[in-house]
Ligand binder design. Structure first.
Ligand code: GLN
Length: 493
């Protein structure tokens, strides 16, 4: 039998439910893999004891015939989700010793479905970044390497721990969050599948806030099916999040083999962005051909305000971040500076010592664009543009059912390559931020490898709350791409 960690989540589910393997055996396999992969710096906190206890409880349920949908399946949790009694850092020094008294709704939903927690995954500090390099706990390293190269590559960000853990087969699936691309970028550059659900599909309660009108929880996993299974378990209405939506959660998995016959797939011409890697442009075309060959209709559409998306996002997101992060004052929780001479000194030093450079930059920009003299010039205009960007999609959806676009302008880059220049890093989000501004769902699926052997992803953008159709089309792409490559294990030697 192949290594247990090679199972997809669906395969592991069936093996555990069919009593071919025990939850404990499966979990032990992942604990060993996790402990052997420390060179990748994927976990901020490992919780093997909790994992094995949960697995034992799962085995007892299976024996008693009371198994739940994810019984005994080991997952990683992005360290932005509060986990009761388990340190939650948000990738920041300011929360270095923070142990939540409560569990996030989404992770609670997973445990209520029987899943097992392996530990807390690395991320960019407060989810601000595209490469996982802003983490106070050091960068997370992708398990992928270019052919004949030992250069350490980024796993994408901010959910770099989530994508790297899935790609390195350290868990069956992982939670992630997406404010401007943080599920989709990491999925795209690690050959994994990730979905950013419609705003409101999953509860934000208990997830450390970055930009509340953009943040959304979602899964990263190995396959479209696994991602569909996880989203079903994660999504729910929640009294504790007034923006969560009271709509039934469909059985996404049941519909994924439905095919794309008759679907109209829009190709937005503004996404032909200068500077996009030609191999990505080629895979985009190929993706459209694959869908067409399976019976979809390809239509050209226009999203005329796309060029304003990045500047709009980089005003709205910092504005909300500056407000959300005001709570870290050294008083109620989080890092507290030693021996303050007065209250202002306490605030200033606690925040200066606790926040990293990127977070400080965002707070400064956010405070600036919200200040009395500049509010109209920046924040208000950005809000207006946001409405226009959303309207673009509404117009486009008169002509098509979903959109097909690249996910990132280039494959994974080297650690250190872009981090010194924030603007270059921000430009990497060019294909992802529009979706958050419009509140829409989007799925990223691996579509091929470049000539250096690195994964390339494609993005499908759907109508609000139409995740089911995205999974269907994503599955069609997955079948056509038929990608078997996975990173070779060099890290545990
Ligand atoms: N890269 C984007 C940013 O740094 C998106 C991050 C995210 O989605 N959390 O803001």
């Amino acid at each position: 039998m192949s290594d247990l960690t090679d199972f997809t989540l669906a395969e592991a589910r069936d093996a555990v439910a069919g009593k071919k393997i025990s939850a404990k055996e499966l979990t032990q396999g992942f604990v060993t893999a996790m402990e052997g992969a420390r060179a990748l710096n994927i976990f901020v906190t490992e919780t093997p004891d909790i994992a094995l206890k949960m697995a034992e409880a799962s085995d007892a349920r299976i024996a008693a015939g009371t198994a739940r949908p994810l019984e005994g399946l080991p997952l990683g949790i992005k360290d932005l989700y509060c986990t009761k009694g388990v340190r939650t850092t948000a990738g920041s020094k300011i929360l270095e010793n923070y142990v939540p008294q409560y569990e996030s709704t989404v992770s609670q939903n997973l445990w209520d479905n029987g899943a097992v927690m392996l530990g807390k995954l690395n991320l960019d500090e407060f989810a601000m970044g595209s490469s996982n390099e802003t983490s106070a706990y050091g960068p997370c390293i992708s398990p992928w390497r270019a052919k004949d190269s030992k250069t350490a590559l980024v796993p994408g960000g901010s959910s770099g721990g989530s994508s790297a853990a899935v790609a390195a087969r350290l868990c069956l699936g992982a939670t992630a969050t997406d404010t401007g691309g943080s599920i989709r970028t990491p999925a795209a550059v690690t050959g994994t599948v990730g979905i950013k659900p419609t705003y409101g599909r999953c509860s934000r309660w208990g997830i450390v806030a970055f930009a509340s009108s953009l943040d959304q929880a979602g899964p990263i996993a190995k396959t479209v099916r696994d991602t569909a299974i996880l989203l079903k378990a994660m999504a729910s209405i929640d009294d504790k999040d007034s923006t969560s939506v009271d709509l039934p959660v469909p059985d996404y998995e049941a519909g994924i083999e439905g095919g794309v016959k008759g679907l109209r797939i829009g190709i937005p011409k503004e996404y032909r962005v200068e500077g996009t890697d030609p191999e990505i442009a080629a895979v985009w075309e190929k993706g459209a051909e694959w869908l067409k060959a399976q019976g979809a209709e390809i239509v050209e559409v226009s999203l005329p305000h796309t060029k304003y998306a990045l500047p709009t996002y980089y005003i709205v997101a910092p504005a909300e971040c500056s407000s959300n992060l005001a709570r870290y004052d050294g008083v109620r929780f989080g890092h507290r500076a030693a021996d303050p001479k007065d209250l202002i000194d306490l605030y200033e030093r606690s925040r200066a010592e606790g926040f990293g450079a990127e977070v400080r930059r965002r707070i400064l920009i956010g405070t600036y664009v919200l200040s009395a003299g500049y509010y109209d010039a920046y924040y208000l205009r950005a809000q207006k543009l946001r409405t226009l960007i959303k309207r673009d999609f509404e117009e486009a959806y008169k002509k098509c059912d979903m959109l097909l676009t690249p996910a990132t302008p280039s494959p994974a880059f080297a650690i250190g390559e872009k981090i010194a220049d924030p603007v270059t890093m921000y430009l990497y989000d060019v294909f992802t931020v529009t979706v958050n501004l419009a509140g829409l769902p989007a799925l990223v699926v691996p579509a091929g490898l470049n000539t250096a052997g690195l994964p390339l992803g494609l993005q499908l953008i759907g109508k609000a709350f139409d995740e089911a159709t995205l999974f269907r089309a994503g599955r069609a792409l997955e079948i056509a791409a038929d990608l078997k490559a996975k990173p070779q294990n060099w890290w545990s030697q």
